[in-house]
Design a protein around this ligand. Structure first.
Ligand code: F6R
Length: 244
């Protein structure tokens, strides 16, 4: 895996956006896998600026999101559907029919997971998957002790994730306890991975991901086996890696 260090959030975001832009220039009809959360917000802002400056064109791009909470309506401001539309899609020229986010309120969640996996395969798989990382080492919502063989599936959120994500809700009780997530197998089948990490709360997870043994307790550690993975790590998140 390639490690790129960034001085700060802005530099991390710019570098990530530059990689996404290069992917779209190389293959205008590429398939992107995208993440939500705080970490990629700067990257989305950079990509919006690039779009406004005519440096990138999303008209042929397809986007699959990593995950979605179960039980939240798409209009709910905490749903990832809402997040993607309000942070990114509404500012760029991606076609609505080319954006895919799992439906967390589908009547049959297992069927929704199978369909989602099928839609990714029908589009030829993901060319570039952008990832954040949880303080517990999760990627997507693949929580510790994950089965590395899983495809898109229903997950039970870890206590640590519920705690961390409660910052977006008015109380911890409102955080959904389950979600749909691409599985580790789905993520590992992407042709390229770019993982972003920002802030000291991620330092331990980053250290274990890069230097630790590959194990289901640290889901992101599997990335060591990916043939084309890049991690863009802001300096506070890289503290333990740098021995600080
Ligand atoms: C979000 C996702 C999660 C987040 C992770 C970090 O789609 O898949 O794995 O990337 O929880 O979240 P932030 O960026 O908010 O620290």
């Amino acid at each position: 895996m390639r490690i790129i260090l960034a001085e700060n959030f802005e530099e991390m975001s710019k570098k990530a956006a530059a990689i996404v832009r290069s992917q779209i220039i190389l293959k205008p009809d590429c398939v992107l896998g995208l993440a939500t959360g705080d970490t990629p917000t700067g990257m989305y802002q950079e990509l919006i600026k690039m779009y406004e400056n005519l440096e990138v064109d999303f008209s042929e791009v397809t986007i699959f999101n990593l995950d979605e909470y179960c039980s939240l309506n798409r209009k709910n401001a905490q749903s990832y559907y809402y997040y993607m539309h309000h942070n990114f899609f509404k500012y760029i020229n991606v076609k609505k029919e080319n954006t895919y986010i799992p439906n967390g309120t589908a009547p049959d969640i297992d069927e929704e997971c199978r369909n989602y996996e099928g839609q990714i395969k029908n589009k030829g798989g993901i060319d570039l998957q952008v990832l954040g990382i949880g303080a517990n080492g999760h990627i997507g919502f693949n929580e510790p002790d994950i089965n590395f063989e899983a495809e898109t599936h229903l997950v039970k959120l870890d206590k640590m994730t519920i705690e961390a994500n409660s910052r977006f809700f008015s109380s911890k009780d409102e955080v959904p306890t389950t979600a749909i997530s691409m599985g580790i197998k789905t993520i590992m089948q992407s042709k390229m991975l770019v993982l972003l990490a920002n802030g000291e709360t991620k330092a331990n997870a980053i250290y274990k991901t890069v230097k630790g043994k590959i194990c289901p307790e640290v889901p992101a550690s599997i990335i060591q086996l990916h043939p084309n993975a890049t991690m863009i790590i802001e300096k506070n998140a890289a503290k333990l890696l740098l021995g600080q």
